[in-house]
Design a protein around this ligand. Sequence first.
Ligand code: HXC
Length: 268
Amino acid sequence: MESPFKEDIVRGKVALITGGGSGIGLEISTQFGQHGASIAIMGRRKQVLDSAVSALQSLGIKAVGFMGDVRKQEDAKRVVESTFKHFGRLDILVNAAAGNFLVSAEDLSPNGFKTVMDIDSVGTFTMCYEALKYLKKGGLGRGSSSGGTILNISATLHYTASWYQIHVSAAKAAIDSVTRNLALEWGTDYDIRVNGIAPGPISGTPGMSKLAPDEIDNKSREYMPLYKLGDKWDIAMAALYLTCDSGKYVNGTTLIVDGGLWLSRPRH
Ligand code: HXC
Protein backbone atom coordinates (compact mmCIF):
# COMPACT_ATOMS: atom_id res chain seq x y z
CA MET A 1 0.00 0.00 0.00
CA GLU A 2 1.22 3.46 -0.85
CA SER A 3 2.48 5.59 2.00
CA PRO A 4 0.59 8.81 2.76
CA PHE A 5 3.85 10.37 3.95
CA LYS A 6 6.41 12.21 1.83
CA GLU A 7 9.30 9.95 0.92
CA ASP A 8 11.94 12.06 2.66
CA ILE A 9 10.37 12.54 6.10
CA VAL A 10 13.17 10.72 7.92
CA ARG A 11 15.92 11.44 5.40
CA GLY A 12 19.36 11.56 6.99
CA LYS A 13 18.22 9.85 10.16
CA VAL A 14 19.66 6.62 11.45
CA ALA A 15 17.35 4.08 13.05
CA LEU A 16 18.29 1.01 15.08
CA ILE A 17 15.50 -1.56 15.24
CA THR A 18 15.71 -4.56 17.58
CA GLY A 19 13.83 -7.54 16.22
CA GLY A 20 14.14 -5.72 12.89
CA GLY A 21 14.69 -8.89 10.91
CA SER A 22 11.11 -10.16 10.95
CA GLY A 23 7.46 -9.30 11.49
CA ILE A 24 6.54 -5.80 12.63
CA GLY A 25 10.20 -4.90 13.17
CA LEU A 26 11.07 -5.66 9.55
CA GLU A 27 8.15 -3.64 8.21
CA ILE A 28 9.17 -0.67 10.36
CA SER A 29 12.73 -1.07 9.06
CA THR A 30 11.46 -1.17 5.48
CA GLN A 31 9.17 1.84 5.78
CA PHE A 32 11.75 3.92 7.66
CA GLY A 33 14.24 3.03 4.94
CA GLN A 34 11.81 3.91 2.16
CA HIS A 35 11.24 7.28 3.81
CA GLY A 36 14.95 8.11 3.81
CA ALA A 37 16.47 6.64 6.97
CA SER A 38 19.52 4.41 7.21
CA ILE A 39 18.70 1.20 9.04
CA ALA A 40 20.53 -0.99 11.53
CA ILE A 41 18.73 -4.12 12.62
CA MET A 42 19.58 -6.24 15.64
CA GLY A 43 18.61 -9.86 16.12
CA ARG A 44 19.79 -13.22 17.38
CA ARG A 45 19.54 -15.26 14.20
CA LYS A 46 22.19 -14.66 11.54
CA GLN A 47 20.14 -16.09 8.68
CA VAL A 48 17.13 -13.93 9.50
CA LEU A 49 19.31 -10.84 9.78
CA ASP A 50 21.15 -11.55 6.53
CA SER A 51 18.00 -12.07 4.51
CA ALA A 52 16.37 -8.96 5.99
CA VAL A 53 19.42 -6.83 5.21
CA SER A 54 19.48 -8.15 1.63
CA ALA A 55 15.77 -7.40 1.25
CA LEU A 56 16.27 -3.85 2.51
CA GLN A 57 19.31 -3.28 0.32
CA SER A 58 17.44 -4.54 -2.73
CA LEU A 59 15.01 -1.66 -2.16
CA GLY A 60 17.93 0.77 -2.22
CA ILE A 61 17.95 1.20 1.56
CA LYS A 62 21.21 1.67 3.44
CA ALA A 63 21.01 -1.24 5.86
CA VAL A 64 23.26 -3.21 8.16
CA GLY A 65 22.59 -6.12 10.54
CA PHE A 66 24.20 -6.70 13.92
CA MET A 67 23.79 -9.96 15.77
CA GLY A 68 22.88 -9.63 19.42
CA ASP A 69 20.51 -10.57 22.21
CA VAL A 70 18.77 -7.70 24.00
CA ARG A 71 19.06 -9.74 27.22
CA LYS A 72 22.82 -9.22 27.19
CA GLN A 73 23.96 -5.77 28.15
CA GLU A 74 27.29 -6.27 26.37
CA ASP A 75 25.40 -7.06 23.13
CA ALA A 76 23.22 -3.97 23.53
CA LYS A 77 26.29 -1.80 24.10
CA ARG A 78 28.18 -3.30 21.17
CA VAL A 79 25.26 -2.94 18.75
CA VAL A 80 24.50 0.70 19.53
CA GLU A 81 28.22 1.48 19.31
CA SER A 82 28.51 -0.38 16.01
CA THR A 83 25.48 1.43 14.62
CA PHE A 84 26.99 4.77 15.57
CA LYS A 85 30.36 3.83 14.10
CA HIS A 86 28.79 2.54 10.89
CA PHE A 87 26.47 5.46 10.16
CA GLY A 88 28.01 8.26 12.26
CA ARG A 89 24.87 8.99 14.29
CA LEU A 90 21.83 7.45 15.93
CA ASP A 91 18.47 9.23 15.89
CA ILE A 92 15.82 6.57 16.39
CA LEU A 93 15.73 3.45 18.55
CA VAL A 94 12.84 1.04 18.00
CA ASN A 95 12.45 -1.74 20.56
CA ALA A 96 10.56 -4.40 18.64
CA ALA A 97 12.29 -7.54 19.94
CA ALA A 98 9.89 -9.70 21.92
CA GLY A 99 9.39 -13.25 23.12
CA ASN A 100 6.10 -15.05 23.50
CA PHE A 101 4.33 -18.37 23.92
CA LEU A 102 0.90 -19.40 25.11
CA VAL A 103 0.90 -21.04 28.53
CA SER A 104 -1.41 -21.11 31.53
CA ALA A 105 -0.11 -19.41 34.67
CA GLU A 106 -0.21 -22.77 36.40
CA ASP A 107 2.11 -24.33 33.84
CA LEU A 108 4.47 -21.38 33.45
CA SER A 109 7.70 -21.77 35.37
CA PRO A 110 9.13 -18.71 37.08
CA ASN A 111 12.02 -18.96 34.64
CA GLY A 112 9.58 -18.88 31.72
CA PHE A 113 8.02 -15.73 33.21
CA LYS A 114 11.46 -14.23 33.75
CA THR A 115 12.60 -15.08 30.22
CA VAL A 116 9.87 -12.96 28.65
CA MET A 117 10.37 -10.16 31.18
CA ASP A 118 14.08 -10.24 30.33
CA ILE A 119 13.53 -10.03 26.58
CA ASP A 120 10.65 -7.55 26.50
CA SER A 121 10.98 -5.29 29.57
CA VAL A 122 14.58 -5.49 30.71
CA GLY A 123 15.73 -5.73 27.10
CA THR A 124 13.85 -2.56 26.21
CA PHE A 125 15.34 -0.67 29.14
CA THR A 126 18.84 -2.00 28.43
CA MET A 127 18.69 -0.84 24.82
CA CYS A 128 17.44 2.60 25.89
CA TYR A 129 20.15 2.81 28.54
CA GLU A 130 22.94 1.96 26.11
CA ALA A 131 21.56 4.18 23.34
CA LEU A 132 21.11 7.28 25.47
CA LYS A 133 24.50 8.88 24.93
CA TYR A 134 24.11 8.52 21.16
CA LEU A 135 20.50 9.69 21.07
CA LYS A 136 21.57 12.82 22.91
CA LYS A 137 23.73 13.60 19.89
CA GLY A 138 21.12 12.68 17.30
CA GLY A 139 17.67 14.06 16.78
CA LEU A 140 16.05 16.39 14.37
CA GLY A 141 19.23 17.17 12.46
CA ARG A 142 22.86 17.94 13.03
CA GLY A 143 23.34 21.03 15.11
CA SER A 144 19.83 20.73 16.47
CA SER A 145 19.38 21.05 20.20
CA SER A 146 16.81 18.26 20.12
CA GLY A 147 17.64 14.68 20.89
CA GLY A 148 16.55 11.54 19.15
CA THR A 149 13.48 9.47 19.74
CA ILE A 150 12.59 6.03 21.10
CA LEU A 151 9.67 3.81 20.14
CA ASN A 152 8.72 0.79 22.23
CA ILE A 153 6.46 -1.88 20.76
CA SER A 154 3.90 -2.86 23.37
CA ALA A 155 0.50 -4.63 23.27
CA THR A 156 -3.04 -4.24 24.62
CA LEU A 157 -3.07 -7.54 26.53
CA HIS A 158 -2.50 -5.91 29.91
CA TYR A 159 -5.29 -3.31 29.64
CA THR A 160 -7.59 -6.06 30.86
CA ALA A 161 -6.36 -9.62 31.39
CA SER A 162 -5.45 -12.14 28.74
CA TRP A 163 -5.65 -15.90 28.88
CA TYR A 164 -2.30 -17.69 28.89
CA GLN A 165 -0.39 -14.43 28.57
CA ILE A 166 0.46 -13.54 32.17
CA HIS A 167 4.16 -13.21 31.38
CA VAL A 168 3.66 -11.07 28.28
CA SER A 169 0.99 -8.92 29.96
CA ALA A 170 3.36 -8.19 32.84
CA ALA A 171 6.21 -7.51 30.45
CA LYS A 172 4.25 -5.12 28.25
CA ALA A 173 2.85 -3.28 31.29
CA ALA A 174 6.44 -2.72 32.38
CA ILE A 175 7.34 -1.47 28.91
CA ASP A 176 4.54 1.12 29.08
CA SER A 177 5.93 2.34 32.40
CA VAL A 178 9.42 2.54 30.94
CA THR A 179 7.97 4.59 28.06
CA ARG A 180 6.31 7.08 30.42
CA ASN A 181 9.20 7.43 32.83
CA LEU A 182 11.85 7.87 30.15
CA ALA A 183 9.59 10.35 28.37
CA LEU A 184 9.48 12.36 31.58
CA GLU A 185 13.15 12.20 32.47
CA TRP A 186 14.80 12.20 29.04
CA GLY A 187 12.18 14.47 27.50
CA THR A 188 12.90 17.05 30.16
CA ASP A 189 16.66 16.64 30.27
CA TYR A 190 17.53 15.87 26.65
CA ASP A 191 14.54 16.55 24.40
CA ILE A 192 14.38 12.84 23.64
CA ARG A 193 10.81 11.75 22.93
CA VAL A 194 9.83 8.27 24.07
CA ASN A 195 6.60 6.72 22.83
CA GLY A 196 5.09 3.30 22.25
CA ILE A 197 2.73 1.52 19.90
CA ALA A 198 0.28 -1.13 21.08
CA PRO A 199 -0.60 -3.24 18.04
CA GLY A 200 -3.71 -5.36 17.87
CA PRO A 201 -3.69 -8.63 15.92
CA ILE A 202 -1.49 -8.05 12.90
CA SER A 203 -1.50 -10.51 10.02
CA GLY A 204 1.68 -12.20 8.90
CA THR A 205 3.58 -11.78 12.17
CA PRO A 206 5.29 -14.33 14.43
CA GLY A 207 2.94 -13.16 17.19
CA MET A 208 -0.17 -14.08 15.19
CA SER A 209 1.12 -17.47 14.17
CA LYS A 210 2.03 -18.23 17.78
CA LEU A 211 -0.99 -16.74 19.51
CA ALA A 212 -4.00 -17.17 17.25
CA PRO A 213 -3.71 -20.35 15.26
CA ASP A 214 -6.64 -19.97 12.81
CA GLU A 215 -9.05 -18.89 15.57
CA ILE A 216 -8.94 -15.23 14.72
CA ASP A 217 -10.40 -15.61 11.26
CA ASN A 218 -13.68 -17.00 12.47
CA LYS A 219 -14.61 -16.73 16.16
CA SER A 220 -12.89 -13.48 17.03
CA ARG A 221 -14.16 -11.56 14.01
CA GLU A 222 -17.56 -11.32 15.69
CA TYR A 223 -16.28 -8.76 18.13
CA MET A 224 -13.67 -6.98 16.07
CA PRO A 225 -15.01 -3.49 15.31
CA LEU A 226 -13.27 -3.27 11.95
CA TYR A 227 -13.78 -6.97 11.23
CA LYS A 228 -10.27 -7.47 10.01
CA LEU A 229 -6.74 -7.98 11.12
CA GLY A 230 -4.31 -5.12 10.96
CA ASP A 231 -1.40 -5.06 8.56
CA LYS A 232 2.23 -4.60 9.48
CA TRP A 233 1.98 -1.48 7.33
CA ASP A 234 -0.50 0.05 9.83
CA ILE A 235 2.07 -0.25 12.60
CA ALA A 236 4.88 1.11 10.45
CA MET A 237 2.80 4.18 9.49
CA ALA A 238 2.09 4.85 13.18
CA ALA A 239 5.80 4.44 13.85
CA LEU A 240 6.63 7.02 11.17
CA TYR A 241 4.09 9.47 12.56
CA LEU A 242 5.47 9.16 16.08
CA THR A 243 9.15 9.36 15.18
CA CYS A 244 9.24 12.07 12.51
CA ASP A 245 8.35 15.72 13.02
CA SER A 246 4.61 15.05 12.79
CA GLY A 247 4.90 13.63 16.30
CA LYS A 248 7.13 16.35 17.73
CA TYR A 249 4.70 17.20 20.55
CA VAL A 250 3.86 13.58 21.36
CA ASN A 251 5.83 12.20 24.29
CA GLY A 252 5.16 9.41 26.77
CA THR A 253 2.14 7.97 25.01
CA THR A 254 1.49 4.48 23.73
CA LEU A 255 -0.60 4.68 20.59
CA ILE A 256 -3.10 1.85 20.25
CA VAL A 257 -3.29 0.60 16.67
CA ASP A 258 -5.84 -2.20 16.89
CA GLY A 259 -8.94 -1.05 15.01
CA GLY A 260 -10.70 -0.54 18.35
CA LEU A 261 -10.47 -4.21 19.24
CA TRP A 262 -9.43 -3.98 22.88
CA LEU A 263 -12.56 -1.90 23.65
CA SER A 264 -14.91 -4.54 22.37
CA ARG A 265 -16.90 -7.48 23.72
CA PRO A 266 -18.60 -10.29 21.80
CA ARG A 267 -21.97 -9.26 20.32
CA HIS A 268 -24.95 -10.94 22.02
C1 HXC B 1 5.92 -22.98 28.63
C2 HXC B 1 8.02 -22.26 28.01
C3 HXC B 1 7.65 -22.31 26.63
C4 HXC B 1 6.32 -22.73 26.32
C5 HXC B 1 9.71 -21.64 26.78
N1 HXC B 1 9.30 -21.82 28.03
N2 HXC B 1 8.73 -21.91 25.89
N3 HXC B 1 7.16 -22.57 28.98
N4 HXC B 1 5.50 -23.04 27.34
N5 HXC B 1 5.90 -22.81 25.05
C6 HXC B 1 10.08 -21.69 29.24
C7 HXC B 1 11.12 -22.76 29.29
O1 HXC B 1 10.61 -23.95 29.79
C8 HXC B 1 12.17 -22.16 30.21
O2 HXC B 1 11.82 -22.27 31.57
C9 HXC B 1 12.09 -20.69 29.86
O3 HXC B 1 10.82 -20.48 29.25
C10 HXC B 1 13.16 -20.29 28.87
O4 HXC B 1 13.03 -21.11 27.71
P1 HXC B 1 14.18 -21.19 26.60
O5 HXC B 1 13.70 -22.07 25.52
O6 HXC B 1 15.50 -21.50 27.24
O7 HXC B 1 14.28 -19.68 26.14
P2 HXC B 1 14.90 -19.08 24.84
O8 HXC B 1 15.58 -20.12 24.02
O9 HXC B 1 15.68 -17.92 25.25
O10 HXC B 1 13.61 -18.64 23.99
C11 HXC B 1 12.84 -17.54 24.38
C12 HXC B 1 11.40 -17.74 23.98
C13 HXC B 1 11.31 -18.03 22.50
C14 HXC B 1 10.59 -16.53 24.38
C15 HXC B 1 10.90 -18.94 24.77
O11 HXC B 1 9.98 -18.31 22.15
C16 HXC B 1 11.83 -16.90 21.67
O12 HXC B 1 13.02 -16.65 21.64
N6 HXC B 1 11.03 -16.18 21.00
C17 HXC B 1 11.45 -15.01 20.23
C18 HXC B 1 10.61 -14.84 19.08
C19 HXC B 1 9.16 -14.61 19.46
O13 HXC B 1 8.60 -15.33 20.29
N7 HXC B 1 8.52 -13.70 18.81
C20 HXC B 1 7.09 -13.54 18.95
C21 HXC B 1 6.80 -12.29 19.57
S1 HXC B 1 5.08 -12.04 19.49
P3 HXC B 1 12.40 -23.47 32.53
O14 HXC B 1 11.75 -23.22 33.86
O15 HXC B 1 11.98 -24.76 31.88
O16 HXC B 1 13.89 -23.28 32.54
C22 HXC B 1 4.69 -10.92 20.57
C23 HXC B 1 3.28 -10.46 20.51
C24 HXC B 1 2.84 -10.00 21.86
O17 HXC B 1 5.47 -10.50 21.31
C25 HXC B 1 1.48 -9.36 21.85
C26 HXC B 1 0.45 -10.06 21.05
C27 HXC B 1 -0.93 -9.42 21.06
